[in-house]
Ligand binder design. Structure first.
Ligand SMILES: Nc1nc2c(ncn2[C@@H]2O[C@H](COP(=O)(O)OP(=O)(O)OP(=O)(O)O)[C@@H](O)[C@H]2O)c(=O)[nH]1
Ligand SMILES: [Mg+2]
Length: 430
């Protein structure tokens, strides 16, 4: 049963990729989706034999593609030695059943493929747990499919009764496993939270962006370390945090998992806590691959995913166009016009990094002010607040006052002021 879930036998499988285009997805876009699916297939270790697109108003509810196309697929599966059909959209259990029956090929959809890649790349206990949870949640509504799979191997027909029982047993097992995994994740979460405590004085910067945009390469360039960066999708699954200095500020820089369109919802759910680093960051550097053609699409996917993960827009987001070494100057000029606030860099060649650091410094300083205030000692709540939220630069007692020089985020300064106003100081005046 659990062997099936792993899907890892995709290694060197020969695959046909299948998608549709129509009123909602123009052909060029569908082609880009399939190119990306090809990259995913390669990352999973498969070989794309061909990409098949069909023009349709909607996916067919029972077979996704039309019956003519289905027959064509069936023929190609046997003629060209195709092992697997990979669909760009998620299929319903009915569609899976019907297509499997008609083509006798192994089926995978985009979510299944992404989950498979995540499973093969997960290194740490947290990532492994998160991926397994997502896989089981993905599998649960599709259990029938795996049963048809098994029943066919066992000779099929007539096994329906025992099959149903088997599914019930599997379902219970999986439910139990899911709740175990959730418990484990909660524990890991608490550990992580303890680790994060004590970091609150630093400025936190998080790298976010589409997979393969160059986040890890930028992390390496800014921190002089070696985080794995490679030309594969989802090279990074866990957040890595590194300390670095930017314009005299102690910065905690975190590198995170990349996003992709149609990221399976279960995966988003289970990776939520990995992205706590992002949630708690002061500044997000949104890294974009400047060489791609549909830049705004990629930016939108990242923004939508951040929304999905309830990452509030309290943080400042700085667009960083990477890989400018791969595009011509004319294109750079166009992009600069379209995105006047973006920074343009090549993380690999070290181009534009000083500009980027300057920008980060500006963002930090926009937010922080340095202040000197005299606070009556009696308003100890105010002083305690400062100790908690500000960087104290100087502190001196002058009579019944304490004179403090501190640097603080503007929003916290407002909170401090209203806190001080609301403390009743009648006693201290007397
Ligand atoms: N030409 C060029 N290639 C780059 C640049 N920055 C990164 N790359 C390449 O882009 C690929 C992806 O880089 P990564 O840093 O792994 O990208 P990532 O955003 O961390 O990707 P995931 O962790 O998979 O989400 C690698 O092959 C890098 O060598 C750049 O400035 N120029
Ligand atoms: Mg990475």
């Amino acid at each position: 049963m659990f062997e099936e879930i792993q899907n890892s036998d995709i290694v060197q499988e020969r695959a046909l990729l299948v998608g549709i285009y129509g009123p909602e997805t123009p052909r060029v876009q569908a082609e880009e989706y399939l190119d990306e699916l090809e990259m995913l297939t390669r990352t999973a270790g498969g070989i794309t034999v061909d990409k098949v697109l069909q023009n349709r108003m909607h996916p067919d509810p029972s077979t996704y593609i039309g019956s003519g196309k289905l027959r064509e697929l069936k023929r190609r599966v046997s003629d060209e030695g195709i092992d697997t059909l990979i669909f760009d959209d998620d299929l319903t259990p009915t569609q899976i059943r019907n297509i499997e029956k008609a083509t006798k090929a192994k089926l995978l959809d985009r979510s299944g493929l992404i989950l498979d890649i995540f499973a093969s790349r997960a290194q740490t206990s947290a990532a492994k747990t998160q991926v397994e949870l997502a896989q089981l949640q993905y599998l649960l509504p599709r259990l029938t499919r795996f049963w048809t799979h098994l029943s066919r191997q066992q000779g099929g027909i007539g096994t329906r009764g025992p099959g149903e029982t088997q599914i019930e047993t599997d379902r219970r097992l999986i439910d139990k496993r899911i709740s175990n995994l959730k418990d484990k994740l909660e524990k890991l979460d608490r550990q992580r939270q303890t680790q994060r405590k004590g970091r609150s004085d630093n400025v936190r910067v998080s790298l976010v962006g589409y997979t393969n945009a160059g986040k890890s390469t930028l992390m390496n360039a800014l921190t002089d370390t070696e985080v794995l960066a490679e030309d594969r999708l989802f090279a990074t699954l866990d957040s890595t945090v590194r300390r670095c200095e930017i314009a005299n500020y102690d910065v905690l820089l975190s590198d995170t998992v990349g996003f992709i369109r149609k990221l399976p919802h279960d995966l988003i759910e289970s990776f939520k806590s990995t992205l706590d680093e992002v949630r708690e960051a002061d500044i997000l550097l949104h890294v974009v691959d400047a060489s791609s053609l549909m830049i705004q699409d990629y930016i939108d996917v990242v923004n939508e995913t951040l929304d999905d993960m309830n990452i509030t827009d309290e943080q400042k987001v700085q667009l960083v166009f990477n890989k400018i070494d791969t595009i011509d100057p004319q294109r750079i000029r166009e992009l600069k016009q379209q995105y006047p606030d973006a920074v343009f860099i090549s993380a690999e060649r070290g181009i534009g990094l000083l500009k980027l650091e300057e920008k980060i410094q500006n963002l930090i300083e926009e937010d922080f002010v340095t202040k000197t205030m005299s606070i009556p000692v009696a308003k100890y709540e105010g002083v305690a607040f400062l100790h908690r939220e500000a960087n104290i630069l100087k502190k001196e007692y002058v009579g019944s006052d304490v004179e403090v020089t501190f640097s603080i985020a503007k929003s916290d300064l407002m909170r401090l002021k209203s806190l001080l106003e609301n403390i009743d100081t009648a006693e201290s005046v007397a």
